[in-house]
Design a protein around this ligand. Structure first.
Ligand SMILES: Cc1cc2nc3c(=O)[nH]c(=O)nc-3n(C[C@H](O)[C@H](O)[C@H](O)COP(=O)(O)O)c2cc1C
Length: 206
């Protein structure tokens, strides 16, 4: 059966994480189902060189975030899970409170009620206690909270290394095979071959 991943891009800083996830998932056998919020589209224009429509073109299926009658609104539409990347505090709040006022939040709520994997790449700083409570609520309901907090043990050299490390953590949880970063305990000498492999992967895509 086709393995489907729902990708939600909301209007937090870091929409480039969402774009990169779509780019990488294109190289896998996962089918992507994309919802971009209105603010997500705005931030793609502000923070990246992409046109929001070009980002949508990277996905296999695209939904209007106001279309509450879309397949993703129903648990009967089977998916492996959903990643909200980046996830704003507003969308986190909607998800934590099951306030399904748009398709992105509704699809996340469906993912939780069906006990599927939901990753929230929540991006805000600093965090007040209200934000922390919302994250706790979401975690208690089964969401996987995975803020874009970089690690440095793999010695990132570029922004892409930092972005890919967070995406690698998302992929680990979602069961997407990857070689996006050097794991702790992995031989540093393998680094060149890993980088070469990733470059080949991306070159094949072009
Ligand atoms: C340039 C820019 C950066 C933003 N960064 C964040 C952020 O990092 N985290 C956040 O929670 N909201 C951020 N916001 C605010 C959200 O876009 C805003 O709350 C919006 O209503 C969220 O709607 P959505 O969750 O439906 O995308 C940012 C807004 C702009 C214009």
């Amino acid at each position: 059966m086709t393995k489907r991943i729902v990708v939600g891009i909301s209007g937090a800083s870091g929409v480039t994480y969402g774009v990169r996830i779509l780019e990488l998932l294109k190289e896998t056998d996962f089918e992507t189902h994309l919802i971009i919020s209105k603010s997500g589209r705005l931030n793609i224009e502000i923070e990246t060189d992409y046109d929001p429509d070009a980002v949508e073109a990277m996905a296999d299926f695209v939904y209007d975030h106001k279309d509450m009658a879309a397949s993703l609104s129903s648990g009967s539409f089977l998916t492996e899970g959903m990643v909200v990347v980046p996830c704003t505090i507003k969308s986190l709040s909607g998800i934590a409170n099951s306030y399904n006022e748009n398709l992105l939040v509704r699809a996340a709520d469906v993912t939780l009620k069906e006990k599927r994997k939901l990753v929230l790449v929540v991006r805000e700083t600093p965090l007040h206690v209200g934000h922390l409570r919302l994250m706790t609520l979401a975690a208690e309901m089964g969401a996987h909270l995975l803020p874009p907090v970089p690690s440095f043990y793999h010695q990132p050299k570029t922004l892409e290394d930092i972005i890919d490390q967070t995406i690698g953590k998302v992929f680990d949880y979602m069961g997407v095979e990857h070689e996006l970063f050097r794991r702790w305990g992995e031989n540093k000498n393998n680094e060149n071959s890993r980088k070469k492999k990733t470059r080949i992967l991306l070159a094949q895509k072009k």
